[in-house]
Design a protein around this ligand. Structure first.
Ligand SMILES: O=C(O)CCC(=O)C(=O)O
Ligand SMILES: [Fe+2]
Length: 290
């Protein structure tokens, strides 16, 4: 294990990411799926008008994956925001966080963070990232996590497929190999994915790194099976991709952080320099500069 860890660390520093194959077993994943479904079910039960349909799905003999997809279909049209809230609930749930809580995984995280085993680490997440067939509204352009958490100098991104494997067809994440070593890359801020979704109410806030600044880095498609996980550097550039298949795909995302390198005493992982309101951001997805 010690030698293996050394090799992982080497890859992590040179390429900015490491893929850990078969890291989680089936029992652990199934237990986690049960928590995901239960948290989602009991939360959405509060919406009266959909209660009967929700109960029918929950009590059916379908798989966790099928039920979770049907639930998404049921709330996607009229209750986008509530659905999104459920995906952010897991970060406040002990059983969901426990998915990552074993000695092997914690040691790996501390090793990648380059800290002593006694030094504490913290979880920001996990959250579920849903990739709905053909939907662009909730996809991320090229970006790195460092710009979303500007005061945090030492943290990891963890990403893994849940329920079904991620492939180039069903909307997986793409990364730019070794892009964590790039310096002075510009960031374009706006809300939406393209001109059609620009300023869309329920769209993501983009801190896009324009593609031309990372074109020299090799693009790697995260073709990962359920049970695999990728851990990547906070500066590694990555993006979503469109789900061209007919079924949903889902990822579980987590940030693992520690505070020893940060010039802040805030206990808020997401503390920023300034808070602008979204309407004051003068960005646009189609800015071109010469
Ligand atoms: O899964 C995706 O499409 C993007 C996820 C992402 O940006 C992240 O985990 O930081
Ligand atoms: Fe990201």
């Amino acid at each position: 294990m010690v030698n293996l860890l050394k090799n992982y660390r080497k890859d992590f520093s040179s390429k900015g990411y490491v893929i850990l194959r078969n890291w989680f077993d089936e029992d652990r994943l199934n237990l986690f799926y049960r928590h995901v479904l239960n948290i989602t079910y009991f939360y959405l039960l509060k919406i009266k008008s959909k209660k009967n349909k929700l109960n029918k799905i929950y009590k059916s003999n379908k798989t966790f994956y099928q039920k979770y997809c049907l639930i998404h279909d049921l709330y996607e049209k009229d209750h986008k925001r509530v659905l999104h809230q459920t995906q952010r609930l897991f970060e406040q749930n002990l059983q969901a966080q426990n998915f990552f809580n074993d000695e092997k995984t914690i040691n790996l995280f501390k090793n990648f963070l380059n800290i002593h085993e006694d030094q504490p680490i913290f979880f920001h997440g996990p959250n579920v990232f849903a990739n709905r067939p053909k939907a662009k509204r909730l996809l991320y352009k090229w970006h790195h996590e460092a710009s979303y958490y500007p005061k945090r100098q030492n943290f990891l991104n963890v990403w893994l497929p849940i329920f079904i494997n991620k492939t180039s067809k069903n909307g997986t994440m793409k990364i730019k190999e070794s892009s964590h070593k790039l310096k002075d890359i510009p960031i374009n801020e706006y809300v939406g994915y393209d001109t059609k979704t620009l300023n869309g109410k329920n769209s993501f806030y983009q801190k896009e790194i324009p593609g031309e600044y990372v074109k020299q880095c090799k693009t790697k498609i995260m073709d990962l099976n359920v049970g695999d996980m990728v851990v990547f550097d906070r500066r590694l550039v990555h993006s979503s991709s469109i789900n061209k298949s007919k079924s949903y795909s889902f990822a579980l995302v987590l940030r693992v952080w520690e505070f020893s390198k940060d010039f802040t005493l805030s206990n808020d992982f997401g503390v920023t320099y300034n808070r602008y309101s979204r309407s004051e951001i003068d960005g646009h997805p189609e800015i071109e500069i010469s």
